[in-house]
Design a protein around this ligand. Sequence first.
Ligand SMILES: O=C1O[C@H](COP(=O)(O)O)[C@@H](O)[C@H](O)[C@H]1O
Length: 256
Amino acid sequence: MTRSRRVFDTEELFINAIAERTAALSAHYCHQRGYFTVVLSGGDLISWLRKLLQPPYIDSIEWSKWHIFWVDERVVPWDHPDSNYKLAMDGFLSQVPIPTGNIYPIDQYCAAVGDAKGAAFLYEKCIKRLVDRNIIRSYKSSGFPQFDLQLLGMGPDGHMASLFPGHPHINFKSNLVTYITDSPKPPPKRITFTLPVINCSSYNLMAIRGMEQADAVARVFNDDLDLPTARLKADTEVIWYLDADAASKLSDYDEE
Ligand SMILES: O=C1O[C@H](COP(=O)(O)O)[C@@H](O)[C@H](O)[C@H]1O
């Protein structure tokens, strides 16, 4: 596995780099397999995908081959303002021609009634079904899902997906998807990929901007394993895209 890190001076350069890398990986996997499996997170990440909605990307990407998943989801109705699915639909997915059947939100009924356990169970089942159909690759024949690209963000406390510092679920290994009902960041009910699934991904792109994240970024690069984000790996490459504020407490970095 390689780990690369780039620091960008402007938001424009930062979002251009996300679009460029995503489009390059899309071209690679669409050509190689006929599918591109993309895992989204919530938060600021979605607005940073906006370059993909513009030329040249909007016209050149083979959107019909994309399959969309969520690394974590808040267990709220699909149309709730806290829903990561709604965030992605409103800000990105509704504006690209990805077939509806290739978009995999959490179960609508579980979301509506707030059944976190049921939502995690059904999401795991959905992922396994797609591994069986060979839409999601299987990690080195282990049966574990291997996504092509996960687009991730980090909270100021160092959480990624819905894996929070100090919570035992960071060590869960027996499920692909787990759930919590006591998230320190609202809303409390969430489902999340477990760490082994996150770290199986071929590429993990972690995008972080802002001064609020600077302490956690410095701790991550000092390998402070109390922070879930410090445990991020990938099968091929972990790509860190930061802005100057987020990188400001690192001892060394190259600005672009
Ligand atoms: O609650 C969540 O937070 C993280 C980080 O969000 P950010 O806005 O600080 O980047 C996000 O990655 C996750 O998907 C979301 O559910």
